[in-house]
Design a protein around this ligand. Structure first.
Ligand code: SAM
Ligand code: GLN
Length: 282
Protein backbone atom coordinates (compact mmCIF):
# COMPACT_ATOMS: atom_id res chain seq x y z
CA UNK A 1 0.00 0.00 0.00
CA UNK A 2 1.13 3.55 -0.76
CA UNK A 3 2.00 5.44 2.45
CA UNK A 4 -0.57 8.14 3.16
CA UNK A 5 1.93 11.03 3.02
CA UNK A 6 2.68 10.14 -0.60
CA UNK A 7 -0.90 10.69 -1.68
CA UNK A 8 -1.42 14.39 -2.21
CA UNK A 9 -4.96 15.56 -1.91
CA UNK A 10 -5.99 13.60 1.15
CA UNK A 11 -7.33 15.97 3.74
CA UNK A 12 -4.65 15.11 6.28
CA UNK A 13 -1.82 15.77 3.95
CA UNK A 14 -3.15 19.15 2.86
CA UNK A 15 -3.18 20.14 6.52
CA UNK A 16 0.42 19.02 6.91
CA UNK A 17 1.35 21.40 4.08
CA UNK A 18 -0.69 24.19 5.64
CA UNK A 19 1.02 23.66 8.99
CA UNK A 20 4.41 23.80 7.31
CA UNK A 21 3.35 27.00 5.55
CA UNK A 22 2.19 28.50 8.87
CA UNK A 23 5.57 27.80 10.47
CA UNK A 24 7.30 29.71 7.63
CA UNK A 25 4.81 32.59 7.61
CA UNK A 26 5.14 33.23 11.35
CA UNK A 27 8.40 35.03 10.55
CA UNK A 28 6.59 37.85 8.72
CA UNK A 29 2.99 38.03 9.91
CA UNK A 30 0.73 37.87 12.95
CA UNK A 31 -1.91 36.01 10.90
CA UNK A 32 0.02 33.07 9.45
CA UNK A 33 -2.98 30.72 9.22
CA UNK A 34 -5.18 33.21 7.39
CA UNK A 35 -2.35 34.05 5.02
CA UNK A 36 -1.61 30.37 4.37
CA UNK A 37 -5.27 29.77 3.52
CA UNK A 38 -5.37 32.83 1.27
CA UNK A 39 -2.26 31.72 -0.61
CA UNK A 40 -3.59 28.20 -1.07
CA UNK A 41 -6.98 29.47 -2.22
CA UNK A 42 -5.14 31.77 -4.67
CA UNK A 43 -3.28 28.80 -6.19
CA UNK A 44 -6.38 26.59 -6.33
CA UNK A 45 -8.71 29.44 -7.38
CA UNK A 46 -11.26 28.47 -4.72
CA UNK A 47 -12.68 30.24 -1.68
CA UNK A 48 -10.85 29.52 1.55
CA UNK A 49 -14.04 28.08 3.10
CA UNK A 50 -13.74 25.20 0.65
CA UNK A 51 -10.29 24.40 2.05
CA UNK A 52 -11.58 24.56 5.62
CA UNK A 53 -14.35 22.13 4.72
CA UNK A 54 -11.79 19.70 3.28
CA UNK A 55 -13.38 19.89 -0.17
CA UNK A 56 -10.16 20.25 -2.16
CA UNK A 57 -7.89 17.76 -3.85
CA UNK A 58 -4.76 19.62 -4.91
CA UNK A 59 -2.14 18.04 -7.14
CA UNK A 60 1.49 17.77 -6.11
CA UNK A 61 2.30 20.62 -8.59
CA UNK A 62 -0.31 22.86 -6.97
CA UNK A 63 1.03 22.16 -3.50
CA UNK A 64 4.56 22.92 -4.68
CA UNK A 65 3.38 26.16 -6.26
CA UNK A 66 1.71 27.00 -2.95
CA UNK A 67 4.94 26.39 -1.01
CA UNK A 68 6.90 28.53 -3.48
CA UNK A 69 4.52 31.43 -2.78
CA UNK A 70 4.75 30.78 0.97
CA UNK A 71 8.55 31.06 0.74
CA UNK A 72 8.31 34.27 -1.31
CA UNK A 73 5.93 35.74 1.26
CA UNK A 74 8.05 34.61 4.22
CA UNK A 75 11.02 36.44 2.70
CA UNK A 76 9.02 39.67 3.02
CA UNK A 77 7.19 39.99 -0.31
CA UNK A 78 3.78 41.64 0.35
CA UNK A 79 0.82 39.25 0.50
CA UNK A 80 -1.45 41.46 -1.60
CA UNK A 81 1.04 41.73 -4.47
CA UNK A 82 0.86 37.93 -4.67
CA UNK A 83 -2.95 37.80 -4.40
CA UNK A 84 -3.37 40.69 -6.86
CA UNK A 85 -6.16 42.37 -4.93
CA UNK A 86 -6.96 44.04 -1.63
CA UNK A 87 -10.40 44.33 -0.10
CA UNK A 88 -11.29 47.98 0.61
CA UNK A 89 -14.73 49.26 1.60
CA UNK A 90 -16.12 45.84 0.65
CA UNK A 91 -14.66 45.93 -2.86
CA UNK A 92 -11.77 43.81 -4.19
CA UNK A 93 -9.40 46.47 -5.58
CA UNK A 94 -6.69 45.37 -8.02
CA UNK A 95 -3.18 45.95 -6.70
CA UNK A 96 0.17 45.21 -8.23
CA UNK A 97 3.82 45.68 -7.47
CA UNK A 98 4.76 49.33 -7.79
CA UNK A 99 1.50 50.62 -6.31
CA UNK A 100 0.67 51.33 -2.64
CA UNK A 101 -1.48 48.67 -0.96
CA UNK A 102 -4.57 50.34 0.59
CA UNK A 103 -4.74 50.37 4.39
CA UNK A 104 -7.81 49.97 6.64
CA UNK A 105 -7.40 53.41 8.27
CA UNK A 106 -8.07 54.95 4.86
CA UNK A 107 -11.54 53.37 4.88
CA UNK A 108 -12.31 55.74 7.75
CA UNK A 109 -11.18 58.67 5.61
CA UNK A 110 -13.68 57.54 2.95
CA UNK A 111 -16.45 57.36 5.58
CA UNK A 112 -15.71 60.92 6.74
CA UNK A 113 -15.52 62.15 3.15
CA UNK A 114 -18.92 60.60 2.39
CA UNK A 115 -20.42 62.41 5.42
CA UNK A 116 -18.96 65.76 4.32
CA UNK A 117 -20.12 65.25 0.73
CA UNK A 118 -23.64 64.59 2.02
CA UNK A 119 -23.61 67.50 4.45
CA UNK A 120 -22.36 70.08 1.91
CA UNK A 121 -23.88 68.63 -1.25
CA UNK A 122 -20.46 68.34 -2.88
CA UNK A 123 -20.46 67.31 -6.56
CA UNK A 124 -16.77 67.47 -7.56
CA UNK A 125 -13.88 66.01 -5.58
CA UNK A 126 -10.14 65.79 -6.25
CA UNK A 127 -8.15 62.77 -4.99
CA UNK A 128 -4.46 63.62 -4.85
CA UNK A 129 -2.09 60.61 -4.88
CA UNK A 130 -4.81 58.17 -5.82
CA UNK A 131 -2.63 55.00 -5.90
CA UNK A 132 -4.99 52.09 -6.65
CA UNK A 133 -7.81 54.66 -6.76
CA UNK A 134 -9.48 53.44 -3.57
CA UNK A 135 -10.57 56.81 -2.19
CA UNK A 136 -11.73 58.38 -5.44
CA UNK A 137 -13.38 55.25 -6.81
CA UNK A 138 -15.35 54.71 -3.58
CA UNK A 139 -16.52 58.33 -3.55
CA UNK A 140 -17.58 58.12 -7.20
CA UNK A 141 -19.35 54.82 -6.56
CA UNK A 142 -21.03 55.53 -3.23
CA UNK A 143 -21.70 59.28 -3.49
CA UNK A 144 -21.96 59.64 -7.27
CA UNK A 145 -19.52 62.57 -7.30
CA UNK A 146 -17.19 63.42 -10.18
CA UNK A 147 -13.59 62.69 -9.21
CA UNK A 148 -10.41 64.26 -10.58
CA UNK A 149 -7.57 61.99 -9.47
CA UNK A 150 -3.83 62.53 -9.80
CA UNK A 151 -0.69 60.54 -9.10
CA UNK A 152 3.00 60.96 -9.91
CA UNK A 153 3.27 57.24 -10.73
CA UNK A 154 2.39 55.84 -14.19
CA UNK A 155 1.59 52.50 -12.61
CA UNK A 156 -0.89 54.13 -10.20
CA UNK A 157 -2.59 55.98 -13.06
CA UNK A 158 -2.99 52.68 -14.92
CA UNK A 159 -4.16 50.61 -11.93
CA UNK A 160 -6.63 53.24 -10.68
CA UNK A 161 -8.13 53.50 -14.17
CA UNK A 162 -8.58 49.72 -14.22
CA UNK A 163 -10.26 49.84 -10.80
CA UNK A 164 -12.61 52.60 -11.94
CA UNK A 165 -13.66 50.36 -14.84
CA UNK A 166 -13.87 47.31 -12.60
CA UNK A 167 -16.37 49.05 -10.32
CA UNK A 168 -18.28 50.81 -13.09
CA UNK A 169 -17.34 54.44 -12.44
CA UNK A 170 -15.11 55.16 -15.45
CA UNK A 171 -17.53 57.91 -16.49
CA UNK A 172 -17.03 59.70 -13.14
CA UNK A 173 -13.39 59.00 -12.26
CA UNK A 174 -10.79 60.87 -14.30
CA UNK A 175 -7.13 60.26 -13.55
CA UNK A 176 -4.09 62.10 -14.87
CA UNK A 177 -0.40 61.85 -14.15
CA UNK A 178 1.25 64.71 -12.29
CA UNK A 179 1.96 66.34 -8.96
CA UNK A 180 -0.71 67.61 -6.59
CA UNK A 181 -3.58 69.26 -8.53
CA UNK A 182 -1.38 70.39 -11.42
CA UNK A 183 -2.94 68.04 -14.02
CA UNK A 184 -6.37 69.62 -13.37
CA UNK A 185 -5.41 73.31 -13.46
CA UNK A 186 -8.16 74.02 -16.01
CA UNK A 187 -10.77 72.30 -13.83
CA UNK A 188 -9.47 73.82 -10.56
CA UNK A 189 -12.45 76.10 -9.91
CA UNK A 190 -14.88 73.20 -10.24
CA UNK A 191 -13.22 71.30 -7.36
CA UNK A 192 -15.21 71.67 -4.11
CA UNK A 193 -13.36 69.16 -1.99
CA UNK A 194 -9.83 67.70 -1.94
CA UNK A 195 -9.12 64.31 -0.37
CA UNK A 196 -5.76 62.64 -0.03
CA UNK A 197 -3.77 59.95 1.71
CA UNK A 198 -0.33 61.36 0.93
CA UNK A 199 3.11 59.94 1.73
CA UNK A 200 3.76 60.92 5.35
CA UNK A 201 6.45 58.58 6.67
CA UNK A 202 9.62 60.28 7.95
CA UNK A 203 12.67 59.59 5.76
CA UNK A 204 14.79 56.93 7.45
CA UNK A 205 11.95 55.53 9.59
CA UNK A 206 12.26 51.82 10.23
CA UNK A 207 9.49 49.97 8.39
CA UNK A 208 8.52 46.31 8.17
CA UNK A 209 10.25 44.36 5.38
CA UNK A 210 7.07 44.01 3.35
CA UNK A 211 6.24 47.73 3.61
CA UNK A 212 9.73 48.46 2.24
CA UNK A 213 8.73 46.62 -0.96
CA UNK A 214 6.08 49.28 -1.64
CA UNK A 215 7.02 52.30 -3.77
CA UNK A 216 9.07 54.85 -1.78
CA UNK A 217 7.26 57.82 -3.37
CA UNK A 218 4.04 56.48 -1.81
CA UNK A 219 5.51 56.33 1.69
CA UNK A 220 8.16 58.93 2.37
CA UNK A 221 7.34 62.57 2.93
CA UNK A 222 10.83 64.03 3.41
CA UNK A 223 12.92 64.40 6.59
CA UNK A 224 9.90 65.07 8.85
CA UNK A 225 7.26 63.31 6.74
CA UNK A 226 5.45 66.62 6.20
CA UNK A 227 6.82 67.74 2.80
CA UNK A 228 3.62 66.93 0.92
CA UNK A 229 1.38 68.98 3.26
CA UNK A 230 3.76 71.95 3.32
CA UNK A 231 3.93 72.12 -0.48
CA UNK A 232 0.23 71.50 -1.04
CA UNK A 233 -0.97 74.23 1.33
CA UNK A 234 1.59 76.66 -0.11
CA UNK A 235 0.69 75.97 -3.72
CA UNK A 236 -3.07 76.43 -3.73
CA UNK A 237 -5.67 79.00 -2.89
CA UNK A 238 -8.20 76.81 -1.10
CA UNK A 239 -10.83 79.47 -0.49
CA UNK A 240 -14.29 77.93 -0.81
CA UNK A 241 -12.97 74.37 -0.66
CA UNK A 242 -12.89 71.56 1.92
CA UNK A 243 -9.72 69.50 2.39
CA UNK A 244 -9.62 66.12 4.13
CA UNK A 245 -6.28 64.31 4.41
CA UNK A 246 -4.85 61.34 6.24
CA UNK A 247 -1.88 62.13 8.50
CA UNK A 248 0.68 60.19 10.54
CA UNK A 249 -0.16 59.36 14.13
CA UNK A 250 2.04 62.02 15.76
CA UNK A 251 1.83 64.79 13.17
CA UNK A 252 -1.24 66.76 14.29
CA UNK A 253 0.65 69.21 16.48
CA UNK A 254 3.20 70.18 13.87
CA UNK A 255 0.59 70.31 11.12
CA UNK A 256 -1.49 72.62 13.31
CA UNK A 257 1.38 75.12 13.12
CA UNK A 258 1.66 74.74 9.34
CA UNK A 259 -2.11 74.96 8.71
CA UNK A 260 -3.52 77.09 11.57
CA UNK A 261 -7.19 76.64 10.64
CA UNK A 262 -6.94 72.82 10.45
CA UNK A 263 -9.05 70.60 12.68
CA UNK A 264 -7.81 67.12 13.56
CA UNK A 265 -10.06 64.09 13.74
CA UNK A 266 -9.37 60.81 15.48
CA UNK A 267 -9.56 57.37 13.93
CA UNK A 268 -11.25 54.41 15.64
CA UNK A 269 -8.03 53.55 17.49
CA UNK A 270 -8.09 57.00 19.10
CA UNK A 271 -5.14 58.49 17.18
CA UNK A 272 -5.33 61.86 15.41
CA UNK A 273 -5.37 60.54 11.87
CA UNK A 274 -7.16 63.11 9.70
CA UNK A 275 -6.72 66.77 8.93
CA UNK A 276 -9.81 68.74 7.98
CA UNK A 277 -9.71 72.25 6.58
CA UNK A 278 -13.03 73.86 5.83
CA UNK A 279 -12.75 77.07 3.83
CA UNK A 280 -16.28 77.05 2.49
CA UNK A 281 -17.89 80.45 2.76
CA UNK A 282 -21.12 79.20 4.36
N1 SAM B 1 -4.71 57.00 -2.10
C1 SAM B 1 -4.10 55.69 -2.13
C2 SAM B 1 -4.49 54.93 -0.88
O1 SAM B 1 -4.94 55.54 0.08
O2 SAM B 1 -4.34 53.70 -0.87
C3 SAM B 1 -2.57 55.77 -2.25
C4 SAM B 1 -1.90 56.45 -1.09
S1 SAM B 1 -0.13 56.37 -1.08
C5 SAM B 1 0.19 56.54 0.63
C6 SAM B 1 0.35 57.96 -1.73
C7 SAM B 1 0.25 58.12 -3.25
O3 SAM B 1 0.59 59.48 -3.59
C8 SAM B 1 1.19 57.23 -4.06
O4 SAM B 1 0.45 56.58 -5.05
C9 SAM B 1 2.21 58.22 -4.68
O5 SAM B 1 2.68 57.81 -5.94
C10 SAM B 1 1.40 59.49 -4.77
N2 SAM B 1 2.14 60.77 -4.67
C11 SAM B 1 3.22 61.06 -3.93
N3 SAM B 1 3.53 62.38 -4.06
C12 SAM B 1 2.60 62.92 -4.89
C13 SAM B 1 2.38 64.24 -5.42
N4 SAM B 1 3.16 65.26 -5.10
N5 SAM B 1 1.32 64.42 -6.25
C14 SAM B 1 0.51 63.40 -6.59
N6 SAM B 1 0.69 62.14 -6.14
C15 SAM B 1 1.71 61.90 -5.30
N1 GLN C 1 0.27 53.83 7.01
C1 GLN C 1 1.33 53.63 6.05
C2 GLN C 1 2.34 52.65 6.58
O1 GLN C 1 1.95 51.55 6.83
C3 GLN C 1 1.90 54.94 5.58
C4 GLN C 1 0.90 55.56 4.71
C5 GLN C 1 1.24 56.87 4.15
O2 GLN C 1 2.38 57.34 4.14
N2 GLN C 1 0.25 57.49 3.69
O3 GLN C 1 3.51 52.89 6.73
Amino acid sequence: MVPREDVPGTEGEVWDWIKKAVSFLKAVTDSPTTEALLLLSHVLRVRKEKILLGLIHPSREELEEFMALVKKRSEGYPLHYILGFKEFFGLPFLVEEGVFIPRPETEELVEKALELIGEYGVKVVADVGTGTGVIGVCLAKFAGVKVYATDVSDKAVMVSRKNAERFGVEDKFFVRKGEFLEPFKDEYDEIEMVVSNPPYVREGAKLAVDVMREPPEALFGGPDGLEFYKKFFQLYDLNGKVVLMEIGEYQAEELGRIVPDAQFLKDSSGAYRFLLVNRRSS
